[in-house]
Design a protein around this ligand. Structure first.
Ligand SMILES: Nc1ncnc2c1ncn2[C@@H]1O[C@H](COP(=O)(O)OP(=O)(O)OP(=O)(O)O)[C@@H](O)[C@H]1O
Ligand SMILES: [Mg+2]
Length: 226
């Protein structure tokens, strides 16, 4: 994986959400931290083209997020800050299978791939459930399954343990740990990122620290003043 930001900035109206930034991401586990409104989600959304750069370019494995938008979308899967918003079909199994439509697969192949991803994330028992009636942790796992079923090599998870109880938080943490995909995780759950290879700290739209979790988390305590 090779994600390159070159002179990237983002402005919403006259508010600068991200000041010019140049960096490359290659690690398999990358955490993104910072205060509310510091630019984390903006940064994460740039990677799959959900947010377009105001200046500069973002590329993923050489694909430009603006000019190669479709290819980028199939390389980078995004699990939203509120995954309830990305459920499309009423029943879990259909929601997971939805991403496989229009790929020229037979019904048997679609069922096999859906079953495989349900098993991979240990959620076979949820297959027949109504997707909008799931708990927060179940929804998070279904969203991860729905996004990974199409085979992206990079996953972006925006606050995946937010509002989860201890048991579901541990389940999601274990699931993240076991992912074979590259994962970029925005989180206020700092212990979740302790084993990551690299953590980025955003502050007021600027990258303030970038390195090993301990050092960057210490820098975060400093800017947070606590
Ligand atoms: N669509 C938008 N239109 C206008 N301003 C926006 C938009 N999205 C984000 N912003 C602003 O850009 C800044 C960065 O927002 P962003 O969502 O990236 O922050 P964040 O670090 O993810 O915050 P949080 O921890 O609360 O999720 C904030 O000041 C926010 O108000
Ligand atoms: Mg956010």
């Amino acid at each position: 994986m090779d994600i390159c930001f070159t002179n990237v900035s983002v402005t919403y109206g006259n508010r600068v959400a991200l000041h010019p930034l140049t960096l490359t991401l290659r690690e398999s586990r990358i955490g993104i931290i910072g205060l509310n409104g510091s630019g984390k989600t903006t940064f994460a959304r740039l990677i799959n083209g959900l947010v377009k750069p105001g200046t500069g370019t973002v590329s993923v494995n050489g694909l430009d997020t603006v000019t190669d938008a479709k290819a980028v979308l199939s390389t980078v899967g995004y699990i939203f800050q509120n995954p309830q918003n990305q459920i499309i079909m009423p029943i879990v199994r259909d929601d997971i299978a939805f991403g496989l439509k229009n790929r020229g697969l037979s019904g048997t192949e679609m069922t096999a791939q859906t079953d495989a991803v349900l098993a991979r994330f240990g959620i076979d028992h949820l297959a027949g459930r109504r997707a909008h009636e799931l708990s927060g942790g179940e929804t998070q796992l279904v969203a991860i399954a729905s996004v990974t079923v199409t085979g992206p090599s990079v996953l972006i998870l925006d606050e995946p343990t937010n509002q989860l109880d201890l048991r579901n938080r541990q389940r999601v943490a274990k699931t993240l740990d076991a992912l074979r995909e590259h994962a970029i995780v925005v989180s206020h759950d700092l212990p979740l990122l302790e084993t990551f290879e690299r953590v980025l700290l955003f502050h007021e739209g600027r990258l303030l620290a970038d390195g090993a979790p301990d050092a960057v988390i210490a820098a975060y305590h400093e800017v947070a003043g606590c």
